[in-house]
Ligand binder design. Structure first.
Ligand code: SF4
Length: 456
Protein backbone atom coordinates (compact mmCIF):
# COMPACT_ATOMS: atom_id res chain seq x y z
CA UNK A 1 0.00 0.00 0.00
CA UNK A 2 1.66 3.22 -1.02
CA UNK A 3 1.55 5.91 1.61
CA UNK A 4 1.09 8.87 -0.73
CA UNK A 5 -1.86 7.35 -2.58
CA UNK A 6 -3.52 6.20 0.63
CA UNK A 7 -7.06 7.53 0.85
CA UNK A 8 -6.58 10.64 -1.25
CA UNK A 9 -9.45 9.57 -3.50
CA UNK A 10 -11.54 7.90 -0.85
CA UNK A 11 -14.82 9.54 0.17
CA UNK A 12 -15.33 10.65 3.71
CA UNK A 13 -17.67 8.33 5.69
CA UNK A 14 -21.35 9.19 5.46
CA UNK A 15 -21.65 9.87 9.22
CA UNK A 16 -18.91 12.55 9.09
CA UNK A 17 -20.53 15.98 9.12
CA UNK A 18 -17.76 18.08 7.66
CA UNK A 19 -17.15 18.52 3.95
CA UNK A 20 -20.84 17.98 3.05
CA UNK A 21 -23.74 20.12 1.89
CA UNK A 22 -27.06 19.13 3.37
CA UNK A 23 -29.61 21.37 1.64
CA UNK A 24 -32.23 23.55 3.33
CA UNK A 25 -34.78 22.53 5.94
CA UNK A 26 -37.56 24.36 7.73
CA UNK A 27 -37.27 24.84 11.50
CA UNK A 28 -40.20 22.41 11.97
CA UNK A 29 -38.36 19.71 10.03
CA UNK A 30 -35.14 20.44 11.92
CA UNK A 31 -37.00 20.09 15.21
CA UNK A 32 -38.10 16.57 14.30
CA UNK A 33 -34.64 15.53 13.11
CA UNK A 34 -33.06 17.11 16.17
CA UNK A 35 -35.31 15.16 18.55
CA UNK A 36 -34.56 11.97 16.68
CA UNK A 37 -30.82 12.60 17.04
CA UNK A 38 -31.19 13.28 20.78
CA UNK A 39 -33.03 9.94 21.19
CA UNK A 40 -30.30 8.12 19.27
CA UNK A 41 -27.47 9.78 21.19
CA UNK A 42 -29.08 8.91 24.52
CA UNK A 43 -29.58 5.32 23.39
CA UNK A 44 -25.94 5.19 22.29
CA UNK A 45 -24.80 6.65 25.60
CA UNK A 46 -26.75 4.03 27.56
CA UNK A 47 -25.75 0.97 25.55
CA UNK A 48 -22.28 1.77 24.18
CA UNK A 49 -21.55 -1.84 23.23
CA UNK A 50 -20.15 -2.71 19.82
CA UNK A 51 -23.23 -4.78 19.11
CA UNK A 52 -25.51 -1.85 19.93
CA UNK A 53 -23.41 0.44 17.79
CA UNK A 54 -23.57 -1.99 14.86
CA UNK A 55 -27.34 -2.10 15.10
CA UNK A 56 -27.57 1.70 15.24
CA UNK A 57 -24.71 2.95 13.09
CA UNK A 58 -26.76 3.39 9.89
CA UNK A 59 -29.02 5.81 11.79
CA UNK A 60 -26.15 8.22 12.35
CA UNK A 61 -25.72 8.71 8.60
CA UNK A 62 -28.54 11.23 8.61
CA UNK A 63 -26.72 14.38 9.62
CA UNK A 64 -29.65 16.81 9.56
CA UNK A 65 -30.34 15.99 13.23
CA UNK A 66 -26.79 16.94 14.15
CA UNK A 67 -27.13 20.21 12.25
CA UNK A 68 -30.33 20.88 14.23
CA UNK A 69 -28.50 20.31 17.52
CA UNK A 70 -25.67 22.60 16.45
CA UNK A 71 -28.20 25.27 15.54
CA UNK A 72 -29.95 24.88 18.92
CA UNK A 73 -26.59 25.19 20.71
CA UNK A 74 -25.66 28.29 18.67
CA UNK A 75 -28.99 30.03 19.17
CA UNK A 76 -29.21 29.47 22.94
CA UNK A 77 -25.54 29.26 24.03
CA UNK A 78 -26.72 26.84 26.71
CA UNK A 79 -23.39 25.70 28.18
CA UNK A 80 -24.72 22.44 29.68
CA UNK A 81 -26.23 21.43 26.41
CA UNK A 82 -23.11 22.41 24.47
CA UNK A 83 -20.82 20.40 26.80
CA UNK A 84 -23.12 17.40 26.58
CA UNK A 85 -23.28 17.64 22.80
CA UNK A 86 -19.49 17.89 22.40
CA UNK A 87 -18.91 15.04 24.82
CA UNK A 88 -21.44 12.59 23.38
CA UNK A 89 -20.71 13.45 19.73
CA UNK A 90 -16.99 13.05 20.52
CA UNK A 91 -17.60 9.58 21.95
CA UNK A 92 -19.76 8.66 18.98
CA UNK A 93 -17.07 9.91 16.61
CA UNK A 94 -14.48 7.68 18.29
CA UNK A 95 -16.76 4.64 18.17
CA UNK A 96 -17.56 5.13 14.47
CA UNK A 97 -13.99 6.10 13.57
CA UNK A 98 -12.60 2.93 15.16
CA UNK A 99 -14.85 0.85 12.91
CA UNK A 100 -13.46 2.41 9.70
CA UNK A 101 -10.89 0.72 7.50
CA UNK A 102 -7.44 2.27 7.35
CA UNK A 103 -8.06 4.18 4.11
CA UNK A 104 -11.16 5.93 5.49
CA UNK A 105 -9.45 6.67 8.77
CA UNK A 106 -6.70 8.44 6.89
CA UNK A 107 -9.27 10.31 4.77
CA UNK A 108 -10.99 11.61 7.92
CA UNK A 109 -7.70 12.50 9.51
CA UNK A 110 -6.57 14.35 6.38
CA UNK A 111 -9.74 16.41 6.51
CA UNK A 112 -9.26 17.13 10.20
CA UNK A 113 -5.54 17.86 10.16
CA UNK A 114 -5.39 19.60 6.82
CA UNK A 115 -2.27 17.81 5.65
CA UNK A 116 -1.13 14.33 6.55
CA UNK A 117 1.86 12.58 5.04
CA UNK A 118 1.74 8.80 5.34
CA UNK A 119 4.65 6.45 4.78
CA UNK A 120 8.30 6.83 5.64
CA UNK A 121 9.37 7.54 2.06
CA UNK A 122 6.76 10.30 1.66
CA UNK A 123 7.73 11.86 4.99
CA UNK A 124 11.46 11.77 4.35
CA UNK A 125 11.01 13.16 0.83
CA UNK A 126 8.93 16.07 2.13
CA UNK A 127 11.49 16.82 4.82
CA UNK A 128 14.36 16.55 2.38
CA UNK A 129 16.00 13.85 4.50
CA UNK A 130 17.01 10.32 3.65
CA UNK A 131 15.07 7.54 5.41
CA UNK A 132 18.38 6.42 6.92
CA UNK A 133 18.86 9.78 8.64
CA UNK A 134 15.17 10.03 9.67
CA UNK A 135 14.94 6.62 11.34
CA UNK A 136 17.44 7.28 14.15
CA UNK A 137 15.63 10.57 14.90
CA UNK A 138 12.36 8.78 15.60
CA UNK A 139 13.83 6.01 17.79
CA UNK A 140 13.05 8.06 20.91
CA UNK A 141 9.29 7.98 20.28
CA UNK A 142 9.02 4.27 19.64
CA UNK A 143 8.90 2.98 23.23
CA UNK A 144 8.17 -0.62 22.32
CA UNK A 145 11.23 -0.86 20.11
CA UNK A 146 13.78 -3.33 21.37
CA UNK A 147 17.43 -2.98 20.56
CA UNK A 148 17.33 -6.03 18.32
CA UNK A 149 14.49 -4.67 16.24
CA UNK A 150 15.04 -2.11 13.57
CA UNK A 151 12.90 1.01 13.55
CA UNK A 152 11.99 0.28 9.93
CA UNK A 153 10.56 -3.15 10.90
CA UNK A 154 8.65 -1.62 13.77
CA UNK A 155 6.94 0.80 11.43
CA UNK A 156 5.71 -1.82 8.98
CA UNK A 157 2.34 -2.74 10.61
CA UNK A 158 -0.28 -0.53 8.98
CA UNK A 159 -1.34 1.43 12.07
CA UNK A 160 2.26 2.28 12.66
CA UNK A 161 3.08 3.73 9.25
CA UNK A 162 5.21 6.72 9.89
CA UNK A 163 3.14 9.85 9.37
CA UNK A 164 3.57 13.60 9.63
CA UNK A 165 1.21 16.55 10.09
CA UNK A 166 1.76 20.29 10.34
CA UNK A 167 3.01 21.44 13.74
CA UNK A 168 0.09 23.85 14.30
CA UNK A 169 -2.41 20.98 14.04
CA UNK A 170 -0.58 18.23 15.92
CA UNK A 171 1.64 19.90 18.55
CA UNK A 172 -0.31 18.09 21.32
CA UNK A 173 1.59 14.93 20.42
CA UNK A 174 4.87 16.72 21.09
CA UNK A 175 3.63 17.79 24.51
CA UNK A 176 3.06 14.17 25.44
CA UNK A 177 6.40 13.03 23.93
CA UNK A 178 4.61 10.82 21.41
CA UNK A 179 6.15 12.54 18.41
CA UNK A 180 9.11 14.57 17.28
CA UNK A 181 9.12 17.87 15.43
CA UNK A 182 11.32 18.51 12.41
CA UNK A 183 11.09 21.56 10.14
CA UNK A 184 7.51 22.46 11.07
CA UNK A 185 6.20 18.91 10.89
CA UNK A 186 5.14 16.62 13.70
CA UNK A 187 6.28 13.07 13.02
CA UNK A 188 4.91 9.97 14.71
CA UNK A 189 3.45 6.54 13.92
CA UNK A 190 0.04 6.90 12.29
CA UNK A 191 -1.80 5.41 15.27
CA UNK A 192 -0.69 8.40 17.37
CA UNK A 193 -2.51 10.74 14.99
CA UNK A 194 -5.62 8.55 15.28
CA UNK A 195 -5.63 9.30 19.00
CA UNK A 196 -5.79 13.03 18.28
CA UNK A 197 -8.82 12.76 16.04
CA UNK A 198 -11.51 12.95 18.74
CA UNK A 199 -10.25 16.17 20.32
CA UNK A 200 -9.86 17.81 16.91
CA UNK A 201 -13.34 16.73 15.91
CA UNK A 202 -14.75 18.21 19.11
CA UNK A 203 -12.84 21.45 18.46
CA UNK A 204 -14.32 21.59 14.97
CA UNK A 205 -17.85 21.14 16.32
CA UNK A 206 -17.22 23.78 18.96
CA UNK A 207 -15.89 26.25 16.37
CA UNK A 208 -18.92 25.59 14.18
CA UNK A 209 -21.24 26.36 17.09
CA UNK A 210 -19.39 29.61 17.86
CA UNK A 211 -19.31 30.78 14.25
CA UNK A 212 -22.97 30.03 13.73
CA UNK A 213 -23.81 31.75 16.99
CA UNK A 214 -22.10 34.97 15.82
CA UNK A 215 -23.89 34.75 12.49
CA UNK A 216 -27.42 34.15 13.70
CA UNK A 217 -27.20 36.84 16.38
CA UNK A 218 -27.37 39.36 13.52
CA UNK A 219 -30.11 37.51 11.65
CA UNK A 220 -33.56 39.19 11.66
CA UNK A 221 -35.02 35.73 12.42
CA UNK A 222 -32.88 35.36 15.56
CA UNK A 223 -35.87 35.11 17.93
CA UNK A 224 -37.30 32.21 15.88
CA UNK A 225 -33.96 30.39 16.04
CA UNK A 226 -33.82 30.97 19.79
CA UNK A 227 -37.34 29.64 20.32
CA UNK A 228 -36.43 26.61 18.18
CA UNK A 229 -33.25 26.00 20.23
CA UNK A 230 -35.08 26.35 23.55
CA UNK A 231 -37.74 23.86 22.47
CA UNK A 232 -35.15 21.30 21.41
CA UNK A 233 -33.11 21.74 24.59
CA UNK A 234 -36.19 21.44 26.75
CA UNK A 235 -36.90 18.10 24.98
CA UNK A 236 -33.31 17.04 25.73
CA UNK A 237 -33.66 18.02 29.43
CA UNK A 238 -36.81 15.98 29.86
CA UNK A 239 -35.17 12.97 28.20
CA UNK A 240 -32.09 13.31 30.42
CA UNK A 241 -34.29 13.16 33.53
CA UNK A 242 -36.16 10.08 32.28
CA UNK A 243 -32.88 8.42 31.35
CA UNK A 244 -31.55 8.31 34.92
CA UNK A 245 -31.11 4.70 35.96
CA UNK A 246 -33.58 3.14 38.33
CA UNK A 247 -31.80 2.35 41.58
CA UNK A 248 -32.88 0.17 44.43
CA UNK A 249 -33.07 2.22 47.56
CA UNK A 250 -31.74 1.69 51.06
CA UNK A 251 -29.24 -1.00 50.22
CA UNK A 252 -26.16 0.85 51.40
CA UNK A 253 -24.56 -0.86 54.31
CA UNK A 254 -23.49 2.08 56.40
CA UNK A 255 -21.31 -0.16 58.62
CA UNK A 256 -18.68 -0.11 55.85
CA UNK A 257 -18.44 3.65 56.46
CA UNK A 258 -17.14 4.24 52.94
CA UNK A 259 -17.56 7.99 53.31
CA UNK A 260 -14.69 7.85 55.82
CA UNK A 261 -12.44 5.86 53.48
CA UNK A 262 -10.90 8.70 51.48
CA UNK A 263 -8.48 6.16 49.99
CA UNK A 264 -11.47 4.76 48.04
CA UNK A 265 -12.73 8.14 46.79
CA UNK A 266 -12.73 8.71 43.03
CA UNK A 267 -10.45 11.60 41.99
CA UNK A 268 -13.28 14.11 41.55
CA UNK A 269 -14.58 13.46 45.06
CA UNK A 270 -11.15 13.25 46.66
CA UNK A 271 -10.00 16.57 45.21
CA UNK A 272 -13.20 18.39 46.16
CA UNK A 273 -13.15 16.86 49.63
CA UNK A 274 -9.50 17.78 50.29
CA UNK A 275 -10.07 21.26 48.93
CA UNK A 276 -13.07 21.80 51.15
CA UNK A 277 -11.31 20.45 54.24
CA UNK A 278 -8.27 22.68 53.67
CA UNK A 279 -10.06 25.89 52.62
CA UNK A 280 -13.63 25.57 53.91
CA UNK A 281 -14.81 26.80 50.53
CA UNK A 282 -16.21 25.33 47.31
CA UNK A 283 -18.39 26.98 44.64
CA UNK A 284 -22.07 26.03 44.79
CA UNK A 285 -22.04 23.44 42.00
CA UNK A 286 -19.03 21.64 43.51
CA UNK A 287 -20.67 21.61 46.96
CA UNK A 288 -23.64 19.90 45.39
CA UNK A 289 -21.41 17.28 43.75
CA UNK A 290 -19.48 16.65 46.98
CA UNK A 291 -22.67 16.41 49.05
CA UNK A 292 -24.38 14.02 46.64
CA UNK A 293 -21.35 11.74 46.30
CA UNK A 294 -20.75 11.54 50.05
CA UNK A 295 -24.42 10.76 50.53
CA UNK A 296 -24.12 8.01 47.89
CA UNK A 297 -21.22 6.53 49.86
CA UNK A 298 -23.57 6.21 52.82
CA UNK A 299 -22.72 9.33 54.80
CA UNK A 300 -25.56 9.91 57.25
CA UNK A 301 -27.27 13.29 57.34
CA UNK A 302 -25.80 14.15 60.77
CA UNK A 303 -22.24 13.58 59.52
CA UNK A 304 -22.89 15.65 56.45
CA UNK A 305 -24.27 18.50 58.57
CA UNK A 306 -21.14 18.41 60.74
CA UNK A 307 -18.95 18.53 57.65
CA UNK A 308 -20.66 21.56 56.13
CA UNK A 309 -20.69 23.44 59.43
CA UNK A 310 -16.94 23.87 58.78
CA UNK A 311 -17.60 26.00 55.66
CA UNK A 312 -16.15 29.52 55.82
CA UNK A 313 -19.56 31.07 55.28
CA UNK A 314 -20.74 29.52 58.56
CA UNK A 315 -18.00 31.15 60.64
CA UNK A 316 -19.64 32.93 63.56
CA UNK A 317 -22.89 30.97 63.30
CA UNK A 318 -24.05 28.86 66.22
CA UNK A 319 -24.92 25.25 65.45
CA UNK A 320 -28.63 26.14 65.71
CA UNK A 321 -28.27 29.12 63.35
CA UNK A 322 -26.41 26.90 60.89
CA UNK A 323 -29.11 24.22 61.04
CA UNK A 324 -31.67 26.82 60.03
CA UNK A 325 -29.53 28.25 57.21
CA UNK A 326 -27.25 25.69 55.48
CA UNK A 327 -28.89 22.79 57.27
CA UNK A 328 -32.06 23.28 55.25
CA UNK A 329 -30.11 22.91 52.04
CA UNK A 330 -28.41 19.69 53.17
CA UNK A 331 -31.65 18.15 54.41
CA UNK A 332 -33.00 19.03 50.97
CA UNK A 333 -30.29 16.81 49.41
CA UNK A 334 -31.50 13.95 51.56
CA UNK A 335 -35.10 14.46 50.42
CA UNK A 336 -36.25 15.81 53.79
CA UNK A 337 -37.21 19.34 52.71
CA UNK A 338 -38.86 21.15 49.80
CA UNK A 339 -39.89 18.81 47.01
CA UNK A 340 -38.66 15.83 49.13
CA UNK A 341 -36.84 14.39 46.17
CA UNK A 342 -34.15 11.85 47.07
CA UNK A 343 -31.41 13.17 44.75
CA UNK A 344 -29.14 10.60 43.11
CA UNK A 345 -25.42 11.06 42.60
CA UNK A 346 -24.52 12.21 39.07
CA UNK A 347 -22.78 9.75 36.77
CA UNK A 348 -19.47 10.59 35.11
CA UNK A 349 -21.03 11.75 31.87
CA UNK A 350 -23.05 14.36 33.77
CA UNK A 351 -20.15 15.35 36.00
CA UNK A 352 -17.88 15.84 33.00
CA UNK A 353 -20.32 18.21 31.34
CA UNK A 354 -21.83 19.97 34.36
CA UNK A 355 -19.73 19.55 37.48
CA UNK A 356 -16.07 18.92 38.31
CA UNK A 357 -14.04 16.13 36.74
CA UNK A 358 -10.30 16.77 37.25
CA UNK A 359 -9.44 15.01 34.00
CA UNK A 360 -11.28 17.80 32.20
CA UNK A 361 -10.89 20.82 34.44
CA UNK A 362 -7.35 20.65 35.84
CA UNK A 363 -4.10 21.28 34.00
CA UNK A 364 -1.83 18.28 33.92
CA UNK A 365 1.05 19.79 35.92
CA UNK A 366 -1.28 20.40 38.86
CA UNK A 367 -3.18 17.16 38.32
CA UNK A 368 0.04 15.13 38.39
CA UNK A 369 0.71 16.30 41.95
CA UNK A 370 -2.88 15.59 42.99
CA UNK A 371 -2.65 12.11 41.48
CA UNK A 372 0.61 11.47 43.34
CA UNK A 373 -1.25 12.43 46.51
CA UNK A 374 -3.81 9.70 45.76
CA UNK A 375 -1.28 7.13 44.64
CA UNK A 376 2.28 7.94 45.78
CA UNK A 377 3.56 4.73 44.12
CA UNK A 378 2.32 5.64 40.65
CA UNK A 379 5.00 5.18 38.00
CA UNK A 380 5.88 7.73 35.35
CA UNK A 381 4.70 5.36 32.60
CA UNK A 382 1.30 5.09 34.31
CA UNK A 383 1.19 8.90 34.53
CA UNK A 384 2.07 9.09 30.83
CA UNK A 385 -0.84 6.80 29.97
CA UNK A 386 -3.22 8.98 31.99
CA UNK A 387 -1.85 12.03 30.21
CA UNK A 388 -2.40 10.39 26.81
CA UNK A 389 -6.04 9.68 27.64
CA UNK A 390 -6.50 13.30 28.73
CA UNK A 391 -4.95 14.54 25.49
CA UNK A 392 -7.31 12.24 23.59
CA UNK A 393 -10.18 13.76 25.64
CA UNK A 394 -11.07 10.48 27.27
CA UNK A 395 -11.47 11.51 30.93
CA UNK A 396 -13.25 8.31 31.96
CA UNK A 397 -10.45 6.22 30.44
CA UNK A 398 -7.85 8.37 32.23
CA UNK A 399 -9.77 7.68 35.45
CA UNK A 400 -9.74 3.91 34.74
CA UNK A 401 -5.96 4.12 34.23
CA UNK A 402 -5.57 5.76 37.63
CA UNK A 403 -7.81 3.10 39.17
CA UNK A 404 -5.68 0.33 37.64
CA UNK A 405 -2.56 1.93 39.15
CA UNK A 406 -4.17 2.22 42.60
CA UNK A 407 -5.32 -1.40 42.73
CA UNK A 408 -2.07 -2.47 41.06
CA UNK A 409 -3.81 -4.28 38.25
CA UNK A 410 -2.48 -3.12 34.86
CA UNK A 411 -4.78 -5.67 33.18
CA UNK A 412 -7.96 -4.29 34.71
CA UNK A 413 -10.81 -5.25 32.37
CA UNK A 414 -12.67 -1.99 32.99
CA UNK A 415 -11.33 0.53 30.51
CA UNK A 416 -13.83 3.30 31.27
CA UNK A 417 -15.27 4.59 34.53
CA UNK A 418 -18.98 5.33 34.24
CA UNK A 419 -19.83 6.36 37.77
CA UNK A 420 -17.78 7.72 40.68
CA UNK A 421 -19.31 5.16 43.01
CA UNK A 422 -18.14 2.39 40.68
CA UNK A 423 -14.59 3.65 41.29
CA UNK A 424 -15.02 3.54 45.08
CA UNK A 425 -16.58 0.11 45.03
CA UNK A 426 -13.71 -1.38 43.04
CA UNK A 427 -11.00 0.18 45.22
CA UNK A 428 -12.87 -0.90 48.33
CA UNK A 429 -13.26 -4.46 47.06
CA UNK A 430 -9.56 -4.74 46.26
CA UNK A 431 -8.48 -3.26 49.57
CA UNK A 432 -10.61 -5.87 51.35
CA UNK A 433 -9.13 -8.66 49.24
CA UNK A 434 -5.64 -7.44 50.09
CA UNK A 435 -6.44 -7.11 53.82
CA UNK A 436 -7.94 -10.59 53.92
CA UNK A 437 -5.08 -12.08 51.95
CA UNK A 438 -2.59 -10.56 54.37
CA UNK A 439 -4.63 -12.09 57.22
CA UNK A 440 -4.63 -15.40 55.33
CA UNK A 441 -8.43 -15.39 54.79
CA UNK A 442 -10.11 -16.53 51.60
CA UNK A 443 -11.22 -13.69 49.34
CA UNK A 444 -14.27 -15.58 48.13
CA UNK A 445 -17.64 -13.88 48.33
CA UNK A 446 -16.17 -10.52 49.20
CA UNK A 447 -18.23 -9.02 46.42
CA UNK A 448 -21.35 -9.67 48.46
CA UNK A 449 -20.10 -7.37 51.16
CA UNK A 450 -19.49 -4.41 48.90
CA UNK A 451 -22.14 -1.73 49.28
CA UNK A 452 -24.60 -2.35 46.50
CA UNK A 453 -26.80 0.67 46.47
CA UNK A 454 -25.38 2.42 43.42
CA UNK A 455 -24.26 -0.24 41.04
CA UNK A 456 -23.56 1.60 37.82
FE1 SF4 B 1 -14.99 11.42 38.80
FE2 SF4 B 1 -15.89 10.04 36.71
FE3 SF4 B 1 -14.15 12.09 36.35
FE4 SF4 B 1 -13.38 9.77 37.45
S1 SF4 B 1 -14.14 10.10 35.34
S2 SF4 B 1 -12.87 11.80 38.19
S3 SF4 B 1 -15.16 9.21 38.63
S4 SF4 B 1 -16.23 12.21 37.13
Amino acid sequence: MSGEGLATEIDLPSWFLFGKRLGEYSLDALLLYGKERIDMLLEFSQRRTLEALNSMSGKFNNLVGLVALILAASATNDMYFISWLLEIEGDLFTALFNKLDLGKKVAVLRYILGELLVGIEVVSQKLGMSTESLLPEIQSILPKLTEKRQARDFLIPMNRFLAAARFSRAYRLIKSSRAIAIRGWVIAPLEEFFRLSKSHYQDMLSEKIQMLSEKIKKDPEFQSYKAFGEELISYWRKKMIVQKPVVKRDLVTTEDRLWERIDTFPPCLRILYDRFISTGYLPHIERLQLGLLLKALGMPLEEQLKLWYRAVDNVGLTWEQFLKKGGYYIRHLYGLEGSRKDYRPPKCETIITRYFCPFVKTNFTELKELIRGMNPAISSSELDKIHEEIISREPRKACARLLASIIKNPNLKISTINHPIQFSRIVYKHSRVRTNESKGKSSENLQENVPQRYKP
